[in-house]
Design a binder for this molecule. Structure first.
Ligand SMILES: Nc1ncnc2c1ncn2[C@@H]1O[C@H](COP(=O)(O)OP(=O)(O)OP(=O)(O)O)[C@@H](O)[C@H]1O
Length: 475
């Protein structure tokens, strides 16, 4: 082989990683090992190995899902799938999904090396370099918000529409920070130029610099071709840096320099590159606190903190929930080419009272779920996903009753108590009976139906548990 081949090994089993790494190194290749497939797709945007050899069953993303994504995004990289569970189905699925080869474990190391060599030769014949395209297309940014707190946000977007000023958006995850950043861009003098979004929390730390600033050919192992960074792609437009509080210290220093000088170097580069980029940053964290704790640079904070826009939690603008839901139900229906579902007033009222810790994004996902899962056209409370039905029971703490029960059982056992069902079961029945009786105004016959017991069973239980409940007239 001309240049040593870069081969990625993905397996949660350390001994397999070790054996393969050693064997491939001895065969003159440059192997790199990963314990899981979780960061592989992100890495592939930066560097492409000559071949990948991956286990099928791993914690996190499994081998077949990973394979499908690689085949989709990088069809030129051959993937060898290994599995300890050599069965027909895995083999067939691997091939159908586009695996180069299927390698059942245990395997002969020489066979594995020969197979990898074949894959590398194959990929080198086929490979054509493709540069990724910047995602500069303007997206539609309809922002729904009649609540006063959202009106404030709209006013800010309006006031800022003629400026190129740096903006810092604060708000919990899922409150619409990216949407507002996009709207700020669309209503700015830069609207005709790219809007590039980058989430610091979603990129492996060692890739952030090359993602932001690009890299030169050969800057690091596997950097086969030079690549533009997000700063270059955003030239003339806006760069949206989401979760800026997660930016590593070194990158903060580099970013500060770019903001001061308007120029930077690609990773491994020696020629300065000039850019004209507006920065909009966002975070769910309290940056002042991060500054005090010494994890966020104070000078960078002041550069970013020119204008602040605060996005309220969804729970602080409940009046917007019905319109948001209609909007998302319509959108989900369009995406799935079905008729939009209709929320009945009971469901709408119920949903408006929930805590929504995942904010607008959670609401949007719920609408997708309903569009796919609800059987009828109209949605009642009973059609809602079970986890939402449970949430109402402990909105204040976010604890479900099962969580509370689990905690109780833990405590009892830690105290050395035995036979804890003798305490828990009667307590459980007592709560169920008393609640059902409250719902029926004390009528036992109706309560027994609510509970799903026979009338006599209920009477017996009331007596056994020693509940202080008078017989009603019907009895
Ligand atoms: N007011 C709104 N009107 C319509 N859609 C909204 C609104 N707010 C948020 N969305 C939608 O909700 C989803 C989540 O919003 P977005 O990605 O902007 O949140 P975020 O605060 O940037 O989240 P994160 O910090 O987790 O990245 C998106 O699909 C967005 O289009």
């Amino acid at each position: 082989m001309s240049q040593p081949a870069n081969v990625w090994i993905i397996d949660d089993d350390r001994s397999i990683r070790w054996v393969l790494e050693r064997a491939l190194s001895q065969a003159g290749m440059l192997p790199r090992v990963f314990e899981s497939g979780d960061t592989i797709l992100m890495r592939l945007e930066h560097e492409q190995p000559d071949a990948i050899i991956s286990d099928i069953r791993m914690p996190g993303v499994d081998g077949i899902t990973l394979l499908a994504s690689i085949v989709d995004a990088h069809p030129d990289i051959p993937v060898i799938i290994m599995t300890a569970h050599s069965d027909l189905e895995s083999a067939v699925t691997s091939y159908q999904t586009g695996a180069f080869e299927y390698l059942p474990k245990p395997f002969d190391v020489d066979d594995a090396v020969a197979l990898v060599k074949r894959a590398v030769a194959h990929s080198r014949e086929r490979r054509a370099t493709t540069e990724p395209q910047p995602d500069s297309a303007q997206r539609n940014t309809e922002i729904i918000g009649e609540a006063p707190a959202m009106q404030e946000v709209f006013r800010a977007i309006g006031r800022l529409s003629h400026s190129n000023i740096t903006v810092l958006i604060n708000g919990e995850s899922g409150t619409g920070k990216e949407l507002v950043a996009q709207a700020l861009h669309n209503h700015s003098p830069r609207a005709g130029h790219p809007f590039i979004a980058l989430n610091m929390a979603a990129i492996p730390k060692d890739l952030i610099e090359s993602e932001l600033f690009g890299h030169e050919k050969g800057a690091f192992t596997g950097a086969g071709a030079a690549r533009q960074g997000r700063f270059e792609q955003a030239n003339g437009g806006t760069l949206f840096l989401d979760e800026i509080g997660d930016m590593p210290a070194d990158t903060q220093t580099r970013l500060l320099r770019v903001l001061a000088d308007g120029e930077f170097y690609r990773v491994g580069g020696t020629t300065p590159i000039k850019v004209d980029v507006r920065i909009i940053a966002a975070t769910h964290q309290d940056l002042e606190k991060l500054v005090l704790a010494g994890t966020f640079r104070e000078d960078l904070f002041h550069r970013l903190n020119v204008i602040r826009v605060h996005l309220p939690k969804l729970a602080e603008r409940r009046e917007d929930i019905p319109r948001l839901m209609q909007h998302f139900l319509k959108r989900a229906a369009r995406e799935l080419a079905v008729e939009p579902k209709i929320l009945r007033p009971d469901a709408e009222e119920y949903l408006t009272t929930l805590p929504w810790p995942g904010n607008v994004r959670q609401l949007e996902n719920t609408c997708r779920w309903l569009t796919v899962m609800a059987s009828g056209r109209e949605i009642h409370v009973d059609d809602l996903p079970p986890e939402l039905l449970q949430q109402a029971e402990a909105p204040a703490t976010g604890l479900t009753w099962q969580d509370a029960l689990k905690n109780w059982a833990d405590q009892e056992l830690k105290r050395g108590h035995k036979g804890i069902l003798d305490t828990a079961v009667p307590e459980f029945e007592k709560i169920m009976i008393e609640t059902a009786l409250r719902h029926t105004g004390g009528r036992r016959r109706d309560a027994s139906i609510l509970l799903g017991w026979g009338r006599n069973t209920l009477t017996r239980k009331i007596n056994e548990l020693g509940l202080d409940h008078p017989e009603d007239d019907e009895d």
